[in-house]
Design a protein around this ligand. Structure first.
Ligand code: SAM
Length: 419
């Protein structure tokens, strides 16, 4: 079963998420007793939800406010008031029918700072979306959170955009624009599914008096010192890959329409915090230096080889990509330092990572991360290549990673480290 069909996990699609089964297997193997699980790059909370359901204490970090909101809402599923949710769904359906029948004008407005090349919504769809937001704006507490998350999780489906796997116009990939859409019906069905999952979660979660799992909306690099030293038994995570998948651009609609972001400056701030930043952020900086703790000759020579490729292209050639990769490996070293602080001696870190090919140069990020970890005192137990680590493979085949592949293989690994 994929996350798309699994209770709670199905609430929010997330292209760069991994499968709940991977986490389930990892925890049953490495956590026979209740303990503490950490995911420094939580995304929409696959690790946290599974760890919490297995009875562990779970803590995560996530910089993207929309993803962090999705985590928090999923992790609170067991506390959702079933009656209030049922009443709200009925009221929402009636509100939609009356609004359509009476031709009501919405009070809500699209977020002022949100600009797209082509209209994000067709006029008719947007009118319905704004009416739905009028209703959602009147809700409180967890009921409001469920409706807001349901709206965010479905908002691209009824728009003129889609993920291919990055956010782009449907028209650009030969798909028709969306002139009309049953917005109220789709949202009500989504919330009905979420309410059913919340009831399931209430019955399934062991030791219900436990506190909710936590996600800290902060960069792991800036926040890890607050995790008590040596307190974590197992770390399961997937950091951003060295493939320039742009989490912030791809969640722009969610960030703006949910009010997490009001201007490009808010997005810029997130870009700077992102693991490795992005190629767009790093490419025109002065030549970046590798962290002095990374002495490994293979890493250094690989980056030098990337830097020398296609000099005629300036920052769009090897120079820009080498800067981005240098930032990325420097952040691998920061991540390893944070993991070392949080994990107890003997604790395990499982890090899911994809390799890269930059300007035609193969970059085995999994082996390089392992070398960086070994240099900081970790044992590299194994580098596994699983069959089913991730939800989808679209990110694996994304243009940036495969653009210069020429027969070279793109793969994903789980790097197993022991503190
Ligand atoms: C590959 S995704 C994780 C997906 C997650 N395993 C799941 O299944 O939902 C990586 C996440 O790391 C987050 N991230 C990037 N830099 C971060 C940082 N410095 N601290 C915390 N989170 C960060 C991104 O916003 C993104 O959501």
């Amino acid at each position: 079963m994929s996350n798309r069909d699994a209770r709670i996990h199905r609430w929010v699609p997330w292209i760069a998420g991994y499968s709940k089964h991977f986490v389930e297997d990892a925890l049953s193997r490495f956590m026979p007793q209740p303990g503490v699980v950490l995911d420094p790059f939580s995304g929409v909370g696959t690790t946290l939800v599974e760890a919490d359901l297995a009875g562990h204490e779970a803590i995560g970090f996530e910089i993207n406010p929309y993803a962090a909101f999705a985590c928090r809402t999923k992790l609170a599923a067991h506390r959702m008031p079933p009656m209030a949710l049922r009443r709200a769904i009925g009221a929402f359906r009636r509100f939609g029918e009356a609004a359509m029948r009476d031709g009501r004008a919405p009070c809500a407005a699209p977020p002022a700072g949100f600009r797209t090349r082509a209209p994000f919504y067709g006029a008719k769809v947007q009118g319905k979306v704004l009416l739905a937001l009028d209703f959602i704006g009147e809700q409180n507490g967890l009921v409001a959170d469920v409706f807001r998350l349901a709206f965010a999780a479905t908002m691209v489906d009824c728009s003129n955009y889609s993920y291919e796997p990055s956010l782009g116009r449907k028209a650009a990939v030969g798909r028709p624009e969306v002139e009309d859409f049953p917005v109220f019906d789709a949202l009500a069905s989504k919330v009905e599914d979420m309410a059913a999952d919340a009831a399931w979660h209430r019955g399934k979660r062991p030791a219900p008096e436990r506190a909710d799992a936590r996600v800290v909306e902060q960069s792991f690099f800036l926040g890890y010192q607050a995790v008590p030293e040596g307190s974590v038994d197992v770390l399961v995570t997937s950091p951003p890959y060295l493939n320039n998948y742009h989490y912030n651009r791809n969640t722009r609609p969610h960030l703006y329409w949910l009010g997490f972001c009001r201007s490009p400056a808010d997005l810029k701030r997130l870009e700077q915090l992102n693991f490795g930043t992005y190629w767009q952020t790093a490419r025109d900086q002065r030549e970046m230096a590798l962290d002095p703790s990374i002495m490994d000759a293979e890493i250094r020579s690989t980056l030098a080889a990337v830097r020398e490729r296609n000099p005629e292209k300036g920052i769009y050639g090897g120079r820009g990509w080498a800067n981005y990769a240098t930032r990325y490996f420097n952040d691998c070293a920061r991540f390893v330092a944070g993991a070392k602080h949080c994990l107890r001696p003997g604790g395990t870190a499982l890090v899911v990572l994809g390799n890269s090919i930059l300007q035609g140069v193969p970059v085995p990020t999994d082996r390089f991360l392992a070398k960086i970890a070994a240099a900081q005192g970790f044992d590299v137990v194994a580098i596994h290549t699983p069959r089913d680590a991730r939800v989808g493979n679209s990110i694996v085949n994304s243009a940036v990673r495969s653009g210069c592949a020429r027969g070279q293989r793109l793969y994903e690994s789980v790097v197993e480290l022991r503190r």
